[in-house]
Design a protein around this ligand. Structure first.
Ligand code: 16G
Length: 246
């Protein structure tokens, strides 16, 4: 294969050029997931650069989520991030199946509660209205990816607290057991760092980058909120995609 060369006269730093060359190979599939990347020494010899420069290129590739390091062995190509299209109102189960991955869940907590303040306003709750809280770790092919916390207006789905959400989809349950069809949702995404709790549950380092979302979902009338979900996804495994039209 024709190799891209570094340009030593360019104002673009050498480590950056090397990183971009490797990124291009990963994105085009020339280097496949879990394939070994060239070592610091390989890069040094091949491009006539310093060891420091080679190391920096590899370290940055890791921090951008393109590579991972195996202690004493070298750097390897990371699996591509999972894309979540923000234009479609889909469930976690549907998102994973679309990608050929096996969705999974582990319930962390499940209870009927009364809520106040912001949450109650967003869900437009009446004063004595109960909310079903469901907090789950979500998996793809057994890898923990996210923690999702859903607050559902119990009056639309009385008895939902009796279902076992370790092995069933929430949206499917709403549809098939309660005849609830979802119409639209409003969703925000922001950056965060993993707390100790999130890190322990998701098996990542405390302080890892996370994408935190809040989704308010409405019934088909478009104006009645049914679910407020606050979820946090591993930043190294997730990419949120939005389609823009003009
Ligand atoms: C998605 C939703 C969440 C919902 C869940 C249901 C976000 C950003 N999105 O992950 O609101 O509770 O799907 O998934 O939180 P399930 O039908 O697979 O249980």
């Amino acid at each position: 294969m024709e190799e891209a060369e570094v340009n030593k006269d360019s104002p673009v730093p050498l480590y950056y050029q090397i990183k971009e060359i490797l990124k291009e190979k990963i994105e085009s599939g020339v280097l496949e997931p879990n394939e070994r990347l060239p070592s610091e020494r390989d890069l040094q010899n091949k491009h006539g650069i310093s060891r420091m420069t080679a190391r920096r290129a590899l370290t940055e590739l890791e921090s951008e989520g393109y590579a991972y390091r195996e202690q004493g062995k070298g750097s390897y190509v990371e699996e591509p991030k999972l894309r979540q299209a923000l234009s479609k109102l889909t469930s976690f189960t549907e998102d994973m199946r679309d990608r050929g991955l096996e969705p999974g869940a582990k319930v962390l907590s499940k209870e009927l509660i009364s809520v106040e303040d912001q949450l109650s306003d967003k869900l437009t709750l009446q004063s004595d209205e109960k909310v079903f809280l469901l907090r789950r770790v979500r998996f793809a092919n057994n890898e923990p990816l996210a923690i999702e916390t859903s607050y559902l207006r119990n009056k639309f789905c009385p008895g939902i607290e009796d279902f076992d959400f370790n092995d069933r989809s929430l949206y499917e349950t709403l549809r098939t057991k309660f005849g609830i069809n979802l119409g639209r949702a409003e969703q925000s995404v922001e950056a965060n760092l993993a707390s100790k709790f999130e890190a322990d549950v998701l098996n990542i380092e405390k302080g890892s980058p996370m994408l935190t979302t809040e989704r308010l979902t409405f019934l088909t009338d478009g104006g009645t909120p049914i679910e407020l979900a606050r979820s946090t996804y591993r930043g190294d495994r997730y990419k949120m995609m939005v389609e823009l039209r003009r």
